[in-house]
Design a protein around this ligand. Structure first.
Ligand code: ADP
Length: 302
């Protein structure tokens, strides 16, 4: 189940006849579990997160980047990508400013009001902002055109196209990728960002909550989920990988984005270590594939 709004009658029928049925992340399963279509069948319902293709999204073997990089060379590789992206988009190259990006469809689901706010906050704090995406709704697109007209220039660039090669450059160049979705069945953007060493700042909903563990608050949850261990106090088990927030307003986003930007200004060494760590995490299909195999066997038994 990817979207509760479509085909409710079909969903209800499928839920009735299936041994098991799934959605694409555990938290989204929890969030939609109360829907009457699913309600009677929650015992058969679970969430398994999506994965990304690590060969497709690979900073080491990547024809779109100026300098291939690994976790070991993340600082140099991202600096080269930032320089190239600044030149390409006409952004100022003066000083090494923090670069904050968004790669997204611009729809209500994706939190357009917070995407706009991220543009303001990132530049207001002395950084640069890059957006790749477009709005199917002309009114929303019009608002973004206005934003681009007023903010675009030295420190903000708005690319209203669909451009996969450019998305690789943006993931590689950015220090932070913001994903402030109102709801998110799984979300790929945050996992791709991590593969490129861009720190995710996300609203903790659906799959964003299952894949992004806040550096300040989610140490135990991250260690449990990623290492299967509750011994999270040992530094070596720190699997936190980003910044999260809960609310739906600008204050919520600020809370997470400001902490991320503060970390970049105050402790660059720590920030770089975080970038290295997130690149080493595995957000491929390895684990979800095992979960699906397990589910298949349990469905056969039931
Ligand atoms: P959704 O499927 O709801 O749009 P996901 O996070 O699951 O959101 O997937 C979004 C994917 O689309 C990511 O791979 C992201 O890089 C890509 N994407 C979104 N907008 C653009 C764009 N304008 N140009 C290139 N890629 C984009």
């Amino acid at each position: 189940i990817h979207n509760m709004n479509y085909g409710k009658a079909k969903l209800a029928e499928a839920a009735y006849y299936c041994q098991k049925f799934t959605t694409v992340s555990p938290t989204y399963a929890f969030e939609i579990g109360g829907n009457p279509v699913i309600g009677a069948h929650t015992h058969k319902f679970m969430g398994i997160r999506n994965g990304i293709d690590p060969d497709l999204w690979d900073p080491e073997n990547n024809q779109w980047l100026p300098m291939p990089y690994t976790a070991g060379t993340v600082v140099e590789g991202k600096a080269a990508a930032r320089k190239a992206l600044r030149e390409r988009l006409g952004l100022s190259g003066w000083g090494d400013k923090i670069m904050v990006g968004v790669v997204s469809r611009l729809t209500g689901q994706k939190g357009v009001h917070l995407i706009k706010h991220a543009a303001f906050r990132a530049t207001e704090r002395g950084g640069q902002f890059v957006l790749l995406g477009s709005a199917p709704d002309p009114k929303v697109q019009g608002e973004f055109n206005g934003l681009a007209a007023s903010m675009g220039g030295d420190n903000a660039a708005f690319c209203f196209t669909y451009d996969e090669p450019l998305s690789h450059m943006i993931y590689a160049a950015c220090d932070i990728i913001v994903v402030p979705s109102m709801f998110e069945p799984c979300g790929l953007t945050q996992m791709i960002a991590m593969r490129f060493g861009a720190v995710p700042v996300v609203r903790h909903t659906g799959g964003l909550k299952d894949t992004v563990f806040d550096v300040d608050f989610d140490k135990a949850r991250a260690a449990w989920d990623i290492y299967g261990s509750s011994d999270w106090q040992r530094d070596s088990l720190d699997a936190t990988n980003g910044f999260g927030f809960d609310g739906v307003d600008a204050g919520g986003l600020d809370y997470a984005l400001n902490r991320a930007i503060d970390a970049w200004y105050n402790d660059r060494k720590w920030f770089h270590a975080l970038q290295k760590r997130i690149m080493e995490q595995d957000w491929s299909w390895n684990r979800p594939a095992l979960d699906y195999i397990e589910l298949y066997h349990s469905a056969k038994k039931s």
